[in-house]
Design a protein around this ligand. Structure first.
Ligand SMILES: Cc1ncc(COP(=O)(O)O)c(C=O)c1O
Length: 449
C-alpha cells in the first residue's frame, strides 16, 4: 500500500467506509490538493463537499480569521453579541431574496435545516396554530445526517437502521425525465399527501431548490413551483429551501431562490458561507416569520455553542467580500453554461451517459444502462464507485453516488469546482473526467451483455 493511502486497519480514525482507501491530503492551493506522496489532484468537488467555493490556501481569508481571533475569537450568543455577527446578518439580509429580514447562525448544514424545521413549527405555534407539525418534502434529497434531517428524505437506504427514530414526515417523488417530466405527477402527489394528512397539520414544504448530491443539478419544472406557491397560499404552510449547497453563489446567484418563481419563507444555508475556512451556517427568514415571534412569546432560544461566534462570522464576512470584489458569482453565472456544454460535448457518444445537467458550478452527470439507454445500471457493477476511484487515479476529485435502492435515482456524478478555478483548469477537469468515463465504460464491456 502506498503511504499516501490510509485503510481502516491502519488508523485510529473510525472511517466512514471501512473498505475504502483514503488519500492523506496535506496541502491545497486554488483548485488543487496534494497528498502525502506529492500526487496532485484537481478538486472538482470544492474540498469534496462543495464547501471550498473559493479554492484552497486563500491568504486573505486566513488573515481575516487571524485578525479576528487575535481581537476576539469567541463569545457565545445567548447573553452576548459581537460586531462580526451583527454585520454578517445585515449583509446576508441585503443579499437574500426580498423580504428576508432576520438571520440566525449555526455551524453547518444539518443544523441550519434543523433550525429551519424548528422555526417553521414555532412560527405556527406562536400564531396559535398548534396543530401544524408535519413536513412534506421530495423523497430523493439529502438534508443532513441528524435524525430530524434524515426524516426529511424519503430514502430508506439512508434511514436504515434509524427507522424507529424517524419522524413520520411525508414525501413526494421527484419530477425527473424518468418519472414526471412535466411536474404534474408531483403536484398530484402533493395534493394526495395534503389530503391524507390534513393540510391544517402541515407546517412546511421543505426542499433543495436545485438538488445537490442526491440528484445533482436537478430542479423541478416551473409548473411544479407555481403549483406549490398556489398551495402555500391556499393551505397556509411555509416553504423552506435547503440552500446549504446552492447558497452563496454556487448556481451563479447569491441564492438559487432568486431564479425560481416563488420566494421561500425560510432559507437554510451553510457550506459556501465559510468556504471551507470556518464551520458556519445561517438561517434567513422572511419578515412575517420573524413577526410571529415578535408578536408572540418573543423567544426562539435553542442553539449551539459556536452559533454566531466572532471567528466564524469574520470568515463569513471576508468570504462575502471576496465573492463581491472578485465578481465570482458573475463568473460562475457566465462560465457555468459553457462548463456544462463542455462536459456534455466531452461525454458525447458514451452510451453510459444519459444526461448532463448544470446550474452555474453545480453540475450532474446521470448514467444509465447502455443496453436500453434508460434503466438504472445493475447495482452490483458499482459504477459510481468505479468512477470515483478511476478519477482519483487520474488525479481528479469528483463525487458519485448510487441511490438506486431508494428508487428515484441511479448512478450519478456530482461536479462542483471552486468558483476561482481558472479556464485551463476547468478544461483539464473536463478532459480528465471524460477520460475517467471512457475508462469506466471500457471496464464494463463484457459485463453488460
Ligand atoms: C443539500 C444539503 N443539505 C444539507 C447538508 C448537510 O450539511 P452538513 O454536512 O454541513 O451538516 C448537505 C451536506 O452535504 C447538503 O448537501
Amino acid at each position: 500500500m502506498p503511504e499516501r493511502l490510509v485503510v481502516s486497519d491502519a488508523t485510529r480514525v473510525f472511517p466512514l467506509e471501512l473498505d475504502r482507501r483514503y488519500p492523506i491530503v496535506v496541502r491545497g492551493d486554488g483548485a488543487w490538493v496534494e497528498d502525502s506522496s506529492g500526487k496532485r489532484y484537481l478538486d472538482a468537488m470544492s474540498g469534496g463537499s462543495m464547501a471550498a467555493t473559493l479554492g484552497h490556501g486563500r491568504r486573505d481569508i486566513i488573515a481575516a480569521a487571524a485578525a479576528q481571533a487575535t481581537r476576539l475569537s469567541y463569545v457565545h450568543n445567548e447573553r452576548l453579541t459581537n460586531p462580526a455577527r451583527e454585520q454578517l446578518a445585515a449583509e446576508l439580509v441585503e443579499l437574500g431574496p426580498p423580504g428576508m429580514t432576520r438571520v440566525r447562525f449555526t455551524t453547518g448544514g444539518a443544523e441550519s435545516n434543523e433550525m429551519a424545521i424548528q422555526m417553521a413549527r414555532s412560527y405556527h405555534v406562536e400564531r396559535g396554530d398548534t396543530r401544524r407539525w408535519q413536513v412534506i418534502s421530495p423523497a430523493q434529497a439529502y438534508h443532513g445526517p441528524t435524525m430530524a434531517t434524515l426524516g426529511l428524505t424519503g430514502r430508506p437506504g439512508l434511514q436504515r437502521p434509524f427507522g424507529p427514530y424517524m419522524p413520520a414526515h411525508r414525501h413526494i417523488p421527484p419530477s425527473t425525465w424518468r418519472f414526471d417530466p412535466s411536474g404534474r405527477a408531483a403536484l398530484a402527489a402533493l395534493d394526495r399527501v395534503l389530503e391524507d394528512v390534513g393540510p391544517e397539520n402541515v407546517s412546511a414544504y421543505f426542499c433543495e431548490p436545485i438538488t445537490a448530491a442526491a440528484l445533482p443539478a436537478y430542479s423541478p419544472p416551473e409548473r411544479f413551483w407555481k403549483g406549490l406557491a398556489e398551495r402555500r397560499e391556499r393551505h397556509g404552510f411555509l416553504i423552506c429551501y435547503d440552500e446549504v449547497v446552492t447558497g452563496l453563489g454556487r448556481t451563479g446567484h447569491w441564492f438559487a431562490a432568486e431564479k425560481l418563481p416563488l420566494t421561500p419563507d425560510i432559507i437554510a444555508t451553510a457550506k459556501g458561507l465559510g468556504a471551507g475556512y470556518a464551520a458556519i451556517g445561517a438561517v434567513l427568514c422572511a419578515d412575517h416569520v420573524y413577526q410571529a415571534f415578535a408578536n408572540g412569546t418573543r423567544r426562539f432560544t435553542l442553539g449551539h455553542t459556536w452559533d454566531g461566534a466572532p471567528l466564524s462570522c469574520a470568515v463569513g464576512l471576508k468570504v462575502l467580500d471576496v465573492l463581491r470584489s472578485e465578481r465570482l458569482i458573475e463568473r460562475v453565472r457566465a462560465k457555468g453554461p459553457r462548463l456544462r456544454d463542455g462536459l456534455a460535448a466531452a461525454l458525447d457518444g458514451i452510451p453510459l451517459v444519459r444526461e448532463v445537467r448544470g446550474h452555474g458550478f453545480l453540475l450532474g452527470v446521470e448514467y444509465v444502462d447502455p443496453r436500453d439507454g434508460r434503466s438504472f445500471l445493475p447495482p452490483e457493477l458499482g459504477v459510481a464507485r468505479r468512477v470515483d476511484l478511476t478519477a482519483m487515479d487520474l488525479g481528479l476529485i469528483v463525487y458519485s453516488t448510487m441511490p438506486t435502492r431508494d428508487g428515484f435515482a441511479g448512478d450519478q456524478t456530482l461536479f462542483a469546482p471552486p468558483f476561482t478555478t481558472s479556464d485551463p483548469e476547468l478544461n483539464e477537469m473536463v478532459a480528465r473526467f471524460a477520460e475517467t468515463i471512457r475508462t469506466v465504460a471500457r471496464s464494463l464491456e463484457g459485463q453488460l451483455e
